[in-house]
Ligand binder design. Structure first.
Ligand code: PRP
Ligand code: URA
Length: 209
């Protein structure tokens, strides 16, 4: 079974409060999502492998560590996942970025795939899938299906807010994918929105609706 990590760092929780607040406007919402994504990226990269190399400081030779292992690819689920990309890239600027386009059919709540574009070297990369919301879990499950179908093997999923229903669905469908969240909320409402949640992440990020 995959592991679920809730990043309840005070800075993340503080910023998340203003992200949730309905009186927070588009500009501030975008900035806060970007900041939380950076803070989460710091935590999610905690277990990246390192290797020792030798360098010379102005004083002496020294053996110090640098990142080793597979390179990273970041994959936002369109469109709301885009809001988390720059924040993560601040810490891992060399990551390649793939895109998976899905929208939830408002009637069935089932994800509909409309776009997939990934780096060519899929097998040589570790993937971080980002989306602010894990609600029914349908979008995350489908996005990860799309990645696995194309050869990805090591995948993490990172979101701001998750519902218990979404966590359960993702763990069941992809027990090998660890889940990193800023807050685990109470439930879904009858329209598939997370309660208390933050509303529609895409609309709030892009000022649509
Ligand atoms: C939102 C959100 C997730 C999805 C989560 O996207 O960004 O991708 O819903 O819901 P689920 O877990 O029930 O699948 P939406 O479908 O609203 O599309 P958008 O990002 O284009 O607004
Ligand atoms: N998608 C959103 O944007 N918000 C929710 O609460 C659920 C799905």
């Amino acid at each position: 079974m995959s592991r679920v990590y809730v990043f309840d760092h005070p800075l993340i929780q503080h910023k998340l409060t203003y992200i949730r607040d309905k009186n927070t406007g588009t500009k501030e919402f975008r900035e806060l999502v970007d900041e939380v994504a950076t803070l989460m990226a710091f935590e999610i990269t905690r277990d990246l492998p390192t290797e020792e190399i030798e360098i010379e400081t102005p004083i002496t030779k020294a053996k110090t560590r640098v990142l080793a292992g597979k390179k990273i690819a970041l994959v936002p689920i369109l469109r709301a996942g885009i809001g988390m990309v720059d924040g993560v890239l601040k810490l891992i600027p060399a990551a390649k970025v793939g895109h998976i386009g899905l929208y939830r059919d408002p009637e069935t709540l089932k994800p509909v795939e409309y776009y997939v574009k990934l780096p060519q070297d899929v097998k040589d990369r570790d993937f971080i899938v980002v989306d602010p919301m894990l609600a029914t879990g349908g979008s995350a499950v489908e996005a990860i299906n799309a990645l696995k179908k194309r050869g990805a093997t090591n995948i993490k999923f990172m979101c701001l807010i998750a519902a218990p229903e979404g966590v359960e669905a993702l763990q069941k469908a992809h027990p090998d994918v660890d889940i990193f969240i800023a807050a685990l909320d109470e439930k879904l409402n009858e329209h598939g929105y997370i309660v208390p949640g933050l509303g529609d992440a895409g609309d709030r990020l892009f000022g649509t609706k």
